[in-house]
Design a protein around this ligand. Structure first.
Ligand SMILES: Nc1nc2c(ncn2[C@@H]2O[C@H](COP(=O)(O)OP(=O)(O)OP(=O)(O)O)[C@@H](O)[C@H]2O)c(=O)[nH]1
Ligand SMILES: [Mg+2]
Length: 286
């Protein structure tokens, strides 16, 4: 009788223990697709910044609310307006998605992107984007560029202003004409079949950046954008253009200068010359 009673008590204690364990075991809900992709995105958007305090929060807000998850790397050149400080605060709001590299002094857009490309290639991103911080590029178009590379198999997708006429909003006529004819000039000298040769809104498949010798890219402004496209094209990568609308910035100041323009005019001739005298430079590494 006593043994039976002891057995019952023991069993009741075991049952109670099991119930307590079940009640306090943290419930592991399966993570949604969205949550998983927030941790491991296949896409990194590189945004170079110099004095973009007025724009950067809005750009990031739009990028991080897109239906596809993107990670963002800001490459800031010690902007005097404190862009980096604001980005640091925003990194707390977007943990694991927003990153920043700060450089000492204004070193130019081209080297900022090269810095970003190297950063991306040390990680597992498969698609690497270039985008301005000033909202001239509609962040919503990132998804369209992504699809061209991820679903349609292109190596480089370019957001292009000049496929169907001129899709530029609020630029003064002089600036539109300069940019449009600059693209024609570049096409004539280089033979590159790209409508918007100076465009800075792009998606690269990682293999393109791996194949390019990033340390030999010399140009920093518009010429940098031309050089990247020209080299990818010469190497035989598949390029496509996606029609976009480019809107002039409403906040902050343009960093466009006559030096950047001159670099592009002479740079195109240098590029063409280099491709004739040193064709090996454009061979894809096997
Ligand atoms: N890190 C870094 N970013 C830069 C530098 N120069 C420009 N940028 C950024 O590069 C992007 C493009 O620069 P913009 O001033 O918009 O130049 P743009 O688009 O060619 O010219 P606009 O249409 O007149 O604005 C912006 O996000 C700038 O903040 C630089 O020297 N260093
Ligand atoms: Mg701009």
């Amino acid at each position: 009788m006593a043994i039976c009673w002891a057995k019952n008590v023991l069993l009741s204690w075991i049952c109670l223990g099991i119930q307590i364990c079940i009640a306090y075991t943290p419930v592991c809900k399966p993570r949604t697709y969205h949550q998983k992709m927030a941790e491991v995105s296949d896409s990194l958007v590189i945004i170079p910044t110099y004095n973009e305090r007025e724009n950067i929060e809005k750009v990031l807000q739009i990028v991080f609310s897109l239906p596809k998850d993107f990670h963002v790397l800001i490459v800031d050149d010690s902007s005097p307006d404190g862009t980096a400080g604001l980005v640091s605060q925003l990194m707390e709001k977007y943990p694991g998605k927003l990153f920043m590299e700060s450089r000492k002094g204004k070193l130019g857009l081209g080297t900022a992107y090269i810095h970003g490309f190297k950063w991306a290639l040390k990680r597992d991103y498969r698609f690497i984007f270039e985008m301005d911080a000033d909202l001239s590029h509609n962040p919503g178009d990132l998804v369209r560029l992504y699809r061209e590379c991820a679903e349609n198999g292109y190596d480089l997708a370019i957001g292009s202003r000049y496929i169907d006429g001129v899709n530029v909003v609020n630029w003064p006529m002089g600036r539109v004409l300069m940019s449009y004819f600059a693209s024609i000039y570049v096409r004539m000298i280089t033979g590159m079949p790209v409508h918007d040769t100076t465009a800075g809104f792009k998606c690269y498949r990682r293999e393109v950046l791996e194949a390019l010798d990033l340390d030999s890219v010399r140009f920093t402004g518009y010429a940098f954008q031309i050089e990247m496209k020209f080299t990818a094209w010469k190497m035989g990568f598949n390029i496509t253009e996606v029609s976009i609308v480019f809107t002039d910035r409403t906040e902050g100041e343009s960093k466009m200068s006559s030096g950047i323009f001159q670099e592009a005019v002479l740079g195109v001739i240098k590029l063409r010359w280099r491709s004739i005298t040193n064709p090996k430079r454009y061979q894809k590494p096997s």
